[in-house]
Design a protein around this ligand. Structure first.
Ligand code: HEM
Length: 490
């Protein structure tokens, strides 16, 4: 009897050891994985950023962890991150294809598209379309100013009172991208936008939570009726909402005279008729639209929210920005994006806001498209790569004041604006954020217009500000209230 139990135990241990994941030869080092679970017990599901930093201190700038049985390489610090995503950009330009987020978005869209013809065509198409709609030209500026008017109206109604700005900035960012996509803005209680936002928020939560981690780690549970299936339903709901908007565009469009992104895509579909190798399709367009809306909303609004949190609690920085804005704009009606070249302090402050906001802390996961090398380690094709942007944006040695909110990080001794190489909140290389130009224009025009007109004050009864963000795909500042006053110069 004893011998049988012993034999059984030996067998179980043997099987578990076989199941234990192993690092390939010369793979980046990392903590020893448990069978099946890998290293997931070492990573906090609520916020793994501190754990990634702890592992970096132990294993260096390039290390590996097992998420279940899947190996991931975490890249830290400016040098290693740049080496991977810029110098060897193409080797690292893939996206993993076997994760919860891929299945929930039906492998369509652009953010998670793998490196290949469809991603390339769609990325080029989006950049060109954004440019044609006046990124750098006046029309995009006008659309942004149009949306700013709604913010200033909201703020004027709240003069002297305390207000919660979350919904206001979220709406503004959502509407700017909606105008680009559909040529239309939506009130925040409009069913269309309300349902899309609800589905997105739910999916972002699921993608960051334990169910997605389990889905990714244990493929055998994927077809079970567990809570992660809600994400698939949410995507279907959003697709069903966008479809009638596309149908309406088809009815009212004049081919060759696009009003917005949807019209441009429909023109492109006309052009591609008869091309069997075309990567463009109506089905893809719908996920693409949802992708752009998702990518362009939370990112910009959370950066703005972080910005106002710091500007209120560092009033001397707010005042110095206002002085510069007054001097440069003088009697002009409104700011133009070109004015940034004459506003080094404002530019430095906006960049510093982006640095501390660290809006997309772990970028979007990459994947190697071939066997490659990084900092002397071998990384096989198909390895999941996590570029830790947090580790770059606050890296000692790269910044004058890595742990402070201080626009001096972006100013030289002559007070001129300079951008250190480690500034990469939009990531870098071939997969760099496709909306960077739009986002930078939005941040500049919104901040300058609002600071010109209003003073933003931390309410006396609000207690001490909490600068610790809530972790997610994007970092969100803790909820706060702001007090607004009209400036005396107005
Ligand atoms: C402050 C605002 C924003 C920040 C901080 C930000 C940041 C990022 C980051 C870190 C990535 C991942 C890049 C990589 O994988 O290496 C990304 C990708 C992307 N972003 Fe943004 N983003 C912002 C605004 C926007 C806007 C307004 C749009 C919409 C037009 C947008 C569209 C995209 C898309 C489509 C991708 C995927 C690109 C690809 O895979 O080729 N983003 N963004």
């Amino acid at each position: 009897m004893f011998a049988s139990i012993l034999l059984l135990c030996v067998c179980v241990v043997f099987i578990l050891l076989q199941l234990k994941s192993r690092r390939p030869k010369n793979f980046p080092p990392g903590p020893s994985p448990l069978p099946i679970l890998g290293n997931i017990l070492e990573l906090s599901l609520d916020n793994p950023l501190k754990d990634f930093e702890r592992l970096r201190n132990t294993y260096g700038n390039v290390y590996s962890v097992f998420l279940g049985t899947k190996a991931a390489v975490v890249i830290n610090g400016m040098k290693a991150v740049k080496d991977a995503i810029v110098t060897k950009g193409i080797d690292f330009a893939g996206r993993p294809q076997d994760l919860f987020v891929n299945d929930s978005t039906e492998r369509k869209g652009v953010i998670l598209a793998d490196y290949g013809p469809s991603w390339k065509d769609h990325r080029r198409f989006a950049l060109m379309t954004l440019r044609n709609f006046g990124l750098g030209k006046d029309s995009m500026e006008e659309r942004i100013h149009g949306e700013i008017k709604y913010i200033t109206d909201d703020l004027e109604k709240s003069i002297g009172k305390s207000l919660s700005p979350q919904l206001m900035f979220h709406n503004a960012a959502s509407n700017i991208i909606c105008q680009v996509l559909f040529g239309q803005r939506y009130e925040h209680d409009d069913e269309f936008i309300k349902v899309i936002l609800k589905c997105f928020t739910d999916n972002a939560k699921l993608a960051n939570g334990p169910w997605a981690m389990l889905y990714d780690s244990f493929p055998m549970i994927r077809s079970l009726p567990l809570p992660f299936r809600r994400a698939f339903k949410n995507v279907k709901t959003c697709q069903a909402l966008v479809l009638p908007v596309v149908q309406e565009h088809k009815k009212t469009r004049v081919p060759g005279q696009p009003r917005d992104f949807v019209d441009c895509y429909l023109d492109r579909l006309d052009k591609e008729k008869g091309n069997d190798a075309s990567t463009f399709s109506e089905d893809l367009m719908i996920m693409y639209i949802l992708d752009l809306h998702f990518a362009g909303t939370d990112t910009t609004s959370n950066t703005l929210l972080t910005g106002f949190l710091y500007l209120m609690t560092y009033p001397h920085i707010q005042e110095r920005c206002q002085q510069e804005i007054d001097e440069v704009l003088g009697g002009n009606d409104q700011a133009s994006f070109e004015d940034r070249h004459n506003m080094p302090y404002v530019q430095a402050t906006i960049h510093e806001i982006q640095r501390v906001a660290n809006t997309v802390p772990l970028s979007v996961p990459h994947c190697t498209i071939k066997d490659t090398e990084l900092m002397g380690y071998s990384i096989p094709k198909g390895t999941l790569i996590i570029p830790n942007l947090t580790s770059v944006l606050n890296e000692e040695g790269q910044w004058k004041f890595p742990n402070e909110f201080n626009p001096e990080n972006f100013l030289n001794d002559q007070g001129e604006f300079v951008k250190p190489e480690a500034f990469m909140p939009f990531s870098a290389g071939p997969r760099v954020c496709l909306g960077e130009g739009l986002a930078r224009m939005e941040l500049f025009l919104i901040l300058v217009t609002l600071l010109r007109k209003f003073n933003f004050i931390w309410p006396e009864d609000a207690g001490k500000p909490d600068y610790n963000p809530v972790y997610g795909v994007t970092l969100t500042p803790q909820l706060y209230h702001m007090k607004v006053q009209l400036r005396e110069t107005n």
